[in-house]
Design a protein around this ligand. Structure first.
Ligand code: PGA
Length: 249
């Protein structure tokens, strides 16, 4: 395997100025040639984006936001940040379609507008898809993923800068991960969907949901996975580094 692996830290609504100090270890680690295949991306809360950009300036670590407003233009949207503001501060990535935002109102249509706005601003997108537990039980996983992809990326031509993050909702923050054989099948189905509808030969697909130092040895066996979106375990620098070391050895 020679391809780069993504390790994307989704800090969610955690982290204050003090917590930045602990990331210094990760910055130092990122310079180790042995792990040069690791592309580390930090997605801290908006309040820490600027600090993160400064502290990682002389490293290959990239910075992203966790969400954006769908409006391409400035406007009366109290409390919101759009792709253009994210771009203006120097961040390179944005997470769109996370299930925690889908439950609070992000429809596939809104997600589609966010994606288009992010592309206009040349941001790389971490596009999250995933089924809930009841959708899984009702055997709706494939149809749900298909509509998330087709509607979320409707009329999106420039899709080269999209990383697809498959995050089964039932796996996020629960400690439960899919069995490897099931995950492998699911990743291959997602790849087929993307190939078919977007003629994107080698889409980057990462996995997210309870990735930890304990299960990474098992997850890394799936060679079709291009990396991981890591929530809880990424907030602890030691664990985050451990996950990267165990993946690339
Ligand atoms: P988790 O979160 O690793 O804490 O399950 C992943 C995510 O929500 O992106």
């Amino acid at each position: 395997m020679t391809n780069n692996m993504f390790f994307i830290a989704n800090w969610k609504m955690f982290g204050d100025l003090k917590s930045i100090n602990s990331t210094k270890k990760v910055i130092k680690f990122s310079k180790n040639k042995k792990y040069k295949r690791a592309q580390i991306i930090y997605c801290p809360p908006y309040t820490l984006l600027d600090k993160f950009l400064k502290i990682t300036k002389n490293s290959k670590i990239k910075i992203g936001a966790q969400n954006c407003h769908q409006s391409q233009f400035p406007g009366p949207y109290t409390g919101s940040i759009n792709a253009s503001l994210i771009k203006s501060i120097g961040a390179k990535y944005v997470i769109i379609g996370h299930s925690e935002n889908r439950v609070s109102g992000d429809t596939n249509h809104i997600i589609n507008l966010k994606v288009k706005s992010a592309i206009k601003n040349n941001l790389n997108i971490i596009f999250c898809i995933g089924e809930t537990l009841s959708e899984k039980k009702n055997k709706k996983t494939n149809s749900v993923l298909k509509s998330q992809i087709l509607q979320g990326l409707k009329n999106v031509k420039n899709n080269k800068n999209i990383i697809f993050a498959y995050e089964p909702v039932w796996s996020i923050g629960t400690g439960i991960i899919p069995k490897n054989e099931n995950l492998k099948k699911q990743i291959s189905l997602i790849k087929k969907m993307i190939n078919k509808h977007y003629k994107l030969k080698n889409p980057k697909i990462i996995y997210g949901g309870s990735v930890s130092t304990k299960n990474i040895a098992e997850l890394k066996k799936i060679s079709s996975i291009n990396g991981f979106l890591i929530g809880g375990a990424s907030q602890n620098s030691k664990n985050f580094i451990d996950i990267i070391k165990k993946t690339i050895n």
